[in-house]
Write a protein of this length. Structure first.
Length: 189
């Protein structure tokens, strides 16, 4: 894996008077991404008066299931309020690859060719949607349709990032259309 930049959070409202802020966490590994000493690229929202372009974590703690951070560059409630809405980016290198072989970053999945279990090319992964119950793979089929496939082992039994492919246990209506939805032979489409 080469180095890439990913969104890991967004600064929320100030907490207290000393510059501590709430974080809308956008990573599965907050304890790894927000350790003291970590420098993150800061992207202020459009129209923001903030000129911050990088932020260094000086303190990290959890309070009632909310991540609170203190940054070296934010030194009071007014500065914390001005930083509200800043999107935080981390640069990931090869050493940051997921430890679990069954975990993937979105960028690793998008662009993979999708095949059924018989090896028939179905299309390409175009998106990953993170839901509360499960993640979904967005597939653009060869005929241009878009479909969502639950990203569970029963329906996606194989992901081979190095080979650029994902195998889908396709069923009518999942990726392939229902037989009733196919145009009749000889009929005008």
């Amino acid at each position: 894996m080469e180095s890439i930049e990913v969104v890991v959070g967004r600064i929320g409202k100030p907490h207290g008077l000393r510059g501590e802020v709430t974080i809308d966490v956008r990573t599965d590994e907050p304890e790894r991404r927000f350790t003291p000493g970590t420098t993150l690229r800061a992207q202020p929202p459009e129209g923001s008066a903030s000129d911050l372009r990088s932020l260094t974590v000086s303190r990290s703690r959890w309070h009632q299931q909310v991540l609170l951070l203190t940054f070296e560059e934010i030194d009071g409630r007014d500065a914390a309020e001005a930083a509200r809405g800043i999107v935080l980016h981390a640069t990931l290198g090869p050493e940051d690859a997921p430890e679990d072989p069954e975990e993937f970053y979105d960028h690793q999945l998008i662009g993979l060719k999708a095949y059924d279990e018989a090896g028939t090319h179905l299309g390409e992964v175009t998106a990953v949607a993170h839901g509360s119950a499960q993640d979904l793979l967005g597939i653009r089929t060869l005929d241009g349709r878009s479909t969502l496939v639950p990203f569970v082992a029963a329906l996606v039994p194989e992901v081979d990032v190095s080979a650029g492919r994902v195998v889908i246990a396709d069923r009518p209506g999942l990726v392939s259309p229902f037989p009733d939805d196919l145009p009749a032979e000889g009929a005008d489409a």
